[in-house]
Design a binder for this molecule. Structure first.
Ligand code: TPP
Length: 639
């Protein structure tokens, strides 16, 4: 089937690189913006992808590439989900329909993909640190490239952004930070900073004075260094006196703004002028997430990203998912609903999310028990220590984090939770290969890094019934921390009993007995063993299948049983093969000295790119076919 390629308008189709954009007159830039917006809407309406954030920075993207000389100048995006316009203007227009598809363009800036992608990204709040590193390297190299870091108001809630500003403000190296303030994270932004930014953008007195100062500064190019310094001093004094922007000033940044981020001409002029201002400076622009596509402006969370084809005028979905048949619930929803049920019976239960109430399905809890559910902003480290603090006072804290983002809080897991033996429950979503978001988002390491920590149970259910029971058991458990990992996507669709039952900690279950080869699976990936087993049965091969449920504590009784009854063990997990569940089994088996070989199947020690989850599972050989092949191989070896 022919893959749909959006058609670029007359100006955009001539822009292969930013040098082509620079040939245009300033008056033509708005038309470029309109064509770029249209192109992105066209593309995402058919192929899906991140959406609202890119639409919100179209004018900024065009202005940046018009004024700066990328790739010499370094344009550093934060998170990178808003960089579609950037990619299209920097040589990837004609392949952009492969965005997020297997072997296609990455949905995020990526250094190996293009020299215009100054820094690889996917996780938030990194752009100022990376930009500062580039600025200091530039100074050491005595070269003259410009450094621009773009950061959203959501990403600005991440501690790293402040660590970077604190450092940059004192280093006095030349760099520009552009704060893209759309008042949204994926969900509505939260926290005191958000209120502060809102005060700035709505303060009329300040805006008037700021405009006057800016005009003065902006027109001083020919007026000499002395006057500019005087004006700069005046501006700083005034800004400090009337406070807006003072937070950034206090951190050593010159503050400019707020500027309408959809006025490409104003942006172009500001960027041009700011090139002449040295040192660390911050330009605050105000934008609308989803700008130019009415449904996305109205429902900004829903349109943060889109997967299904939609009508590019009305936004209405053009496909009935699953042909209109009811789909099994997503694992995240099984968690979100179970949590509310548990919280209804246990007043001590509280829940924490670092800026992912939609992604982690915490809204039911936030709506039902608003006093006991907390969105703390994009602040994983804080989220974990905050949960630890709650636990010291007898609260049963459920910290819901994506596996990939929990990586940020590893020290907090050890130092604040495990060492103090606090019974925090980590609900680890998006565990395993996540699909189209690619390597920055795959949740591959949690089993390995959590298994290494004392006072930590590491579990993964094979289906939604087990997930509910594990959450219930964890809610009553006070001896140590507990991690429950579950993947992106839908559960099995099985009939689930209403009441919860305790699961026995550290105990697996037998799915199927067999001969010679036993497959020990950890988590929902066990479904592939069932498929593989059916294929093998047709060949007369009966494998044993054991759903182990716990990587720690291991069900050693079950492993002893398998070691005694089978000739070979295969372990299967949706995570790295280094130090994960399979390693735990192999360590135990080696200690027993039985000589039964253990083959660890999981994700190899390589960076795995993007694609659908199934494509990636098959690529690394942990899909049903990979399991079938491995069983045949083992049996041949055994013969
Ligand atoms: C460390 C980390 N935590 C969570 C996320 C998930 N995430 C992706 S985009 C986003 C919101 C970013 O908001 P903002 O920076 O304001 O950009 P906008 O989407 O509004 O343009 C979040 C929370 C992430 N990418 N990285």
């Amino acid at each position: 089937m022919e893959i749909y390629k959006p058609k670029a308008g007359p100006l955009l189709s001539e822009i292969n690189l930013p040098t082509d954009l620079k040939k245009l007159k300033p008056e033509q830039l708005q038309d470029v913006c309109d064509e770029l917006r249209e192109f992105i809407i066209d593309m995402v309406a058919v192929h899906g992808g991140h959406f609202g954030a890119s639409l919100g920075v179209i004018e900024l993207t065009v202005a940046l590439h018009y004024i700066y000389d990328s790739p010499k100048d370094q344009i550093v995006w934060d998170v990178g989900h808003q960089a579609y316009g950037h990619k299209i203007l920097t040589g990837r227009r004609d392949i952009f329909h492969t965005n997020r598809k297997y072997k296609g363009v990455s949905g995020f800036p990526k250094r190996s993909e293009s020299e215009y992608d100054a820094f690889g990204v996917g996780h938030s709040s990194t752009s100022i640190s990376a930009g500062l590193g580039m600025a200091i390297a530039r100074d050491l190299n005595q070269s003259d490239e410009k450094i621009v870091s773009i950061i959203g108001d959501g990403a600005m809630t991440g501690g790293m952004a402040f660590e970077a500003m604190n450092n940059a403000g004192a280093m006095e190296s030349d760099m520009l930070v552009i704060l893209n303030d759309n008042n949204m994270s994926i969900d509505p932004n939260v926290g005191a900073l958000k209120e502060y930014l809102a005060e700035i953008t709505t303060s009329k007195t300040f805006n008037k004075m700021r405009d006057e100062v800016y005009d003065l500064l902006g027109h001083l190019k020919g007026a000499g260094e002395k006057m500019r310094k005087a004006a700069s001093k005046l501006e700083r004094a005034m800004t400090a006196a009337i406070t807006p922007g003072a937070l950034f000033q206090a951190l050593g940044f010159k503050y400019y703004g707020p500027v309408d981020g959809h006025n490409v001409d104003a942006l172009r002029r500001h960027l041009e002028d700011l090139k002449t201002v040295s040192g660390p400076k911050l330009l605050h622009i105000v934008t609308v997430k989803g700008k130019g596509f009415a449904p996305a402006e109205r429902e900004q969370t829903k349109w943060h990203a889109q997967s299904s084809p939609f009508d590019k005028i009305t936004g209405k979905s053009l496909v009935k998912p699953n042909n209109g048949k009811k789909q099994p619930p997503k694992y995240q929803d099984v968690f979100g609903e179970a949590l509310v049920e548990l919280a209804a019976n246990n007043d001590d239960i509280v829940a924490i999310t670092p800026a992912m109430p939609s992604g982690s399905s915490l809204w039911p809890m936030m709506k039902t028990f608003p006093d006991r559910a907390f969105d703390v902003g994009i602040a994983e480290q804080h989220a974990v220590t905050f949960a630890a603090g709650l636990a010291t006072q007898g609260k049963k804290a459920f910290a819901a984090l994506y596996s990939t983002f929990l990586q940020r809080a590893y020290d907090q897991v050890i130092h604040d939770v495990a060492i103090q033996k606090l019974p925090v429950v980590f609900c680890i979503d998006r565990a395993g290969l996540v699909g189209a978001d690619g390597p920055t988002h795959h949740g591959l390491y949690d089993t390995a890094y959590l298994r290494a920590v004392p006072n930590m149970i590491v579990s993964s259910p094979m289906d939604e019934q087990e997930l509910r029971d594990m959450l219930y058991t964890a809610s009553e458990y006070q001896e140590s921390a507990w991690a429950v990992r579950y993947p992106r996507g839908r559960s099995t669709g099985m009939a689930v009993r209403e009441e919860f039952e305790k699961t026995e900690i550290g105990k697996g279950r037998i799915i199927k007995e067999g001969e010679k080869v036993a497959v020990l699976s950890f988590g929902p990936i066990g479904k592939y063993v069932i498929e593989a087993s059916e294929i093998l049965e047709k060949e007369g091969i009966q494998i044993g299948h054991f759903d182990m449920r716990y990587a720690k504590p291991l069900d050693t009784g079950m492993i002893d049983y398998v070691l005694a009854d089978y000739d070979s063990i295969i372990t299967l997990e949706d995570g790295t093969v280094l130090g994960g569940f399979g390693s735990a089994v192999a360590e135990y088996a080696a200690g027993k000295g039985t000589g039964v070989p253990v083959k660890i199947m999981g994700v190899p020690d390589e960076i795995i790119e993007h694609g659908t989850q199934r494509e990636l599972h098959d690529e690394v050989g942990i899909g049903p076919d990979g399991i079938v092949d491995e069983v045949r191989r083992v049996l041949n070896v055994l013969v």
